[in-house]
Ligand binder design. Sequence first.
Ligand SMILES: N[C@@H](CCC(=O)N[C@@H](CS)C(=O)NCC(=O)O)C(=O)O
Length: 315
Amino acid sequence: MSEPLLHHFDASPFSEKVRLLLGYCGLQWGSVHIPRVMPKPCFTALTGGYRKTPALQLGRDVYCDTALIVRVIEQLSETTSLVPLDQAASVRAMEELGDRLFMAAIPILFRPEGRAVLVEQLGEEALARFQADRAELFSGGSVSRPDDQFSRAVWGPTLATLEAQLAPQPFVLGEHPTLADFSLYHPIWYVRNNPGVRAITEGYPAVMAWFARMQAFGHGSAREVSEAAAHEIAADCNHWQPLMGEFDDSAGMAAGDSIAVHAVDYGVDAVHGRLVHLSAETLTLERKASFEGREIGAVRVHFPRDGFAFTSFDT
Ligand SMILES: N[C@@H](CCC(=O)N[C@@H](CS)C(=O)NCC(=O)O)C(=O)O
């Protein structure tokens, strides 16, 4: 089995969702630290232009978006309880709620008490660069950068409903952790990580007890891998990962077609390549990767269908 390599940065909440899941599933993984802001030349050399954090690399295969990454990890670790069949739609809904809670968390970090901590951690100059980068991230997509009014409308009510749901049970959907828990954990982790605003998570005892239960899973066993070493691992790999699901020809696309794929919400940079596989749930394209004139060779980039758009183009 190829070692899973997580391309991430420490402060990234969506990466925390995956790190915690890797810990829970007991997988050994390689930790590839990438820049927090653009440019990320080593990273985008592999993804073909997709810039969001994190991505998961298995040899020459690169998986984008945590909605897909978590399913890859589930398969690798043969953990079958993460999406119980009779709760599949509930898990999906909780993943959406987690994304919404992440959006609500962003302006909270920039309230004066949160911002003061960010200035302490990063300095005014790096913080200004971070804010300019995130303004760019939200340009051109269907979702605009959230404001504090959105946070006020969403954060409190969501934590209150979670409090009610977690009061009688240890995990969001019952006795055992599911993907719902990992999807809701990371935005709360994001806010709790900033001592300036942490207090707004604390009026919810059942949520806090659940948070501690989740945190205890840890990140498992990781070794540091440089971005250059990750490129070499891709270049040296001589096999592909299995593709997921049957080919879905209802979109009128065929393997080998030239396609462009992009996220629809934010971070909408397109990735171009040849279609390898299109199932009801995933899309895989293949492209030639190189970095600073050095060949990495063909790389397959995988996306979830949900949240991504694709078009064919003439070469
Ligand atoms: N839908 C994506 C969202 C990922 C996301 O928004 N990640 C943030 C960091 S936590 C990001 O990409 N920020 C911009 C960047 O890292 O360049 C997923 O589930 O992976």
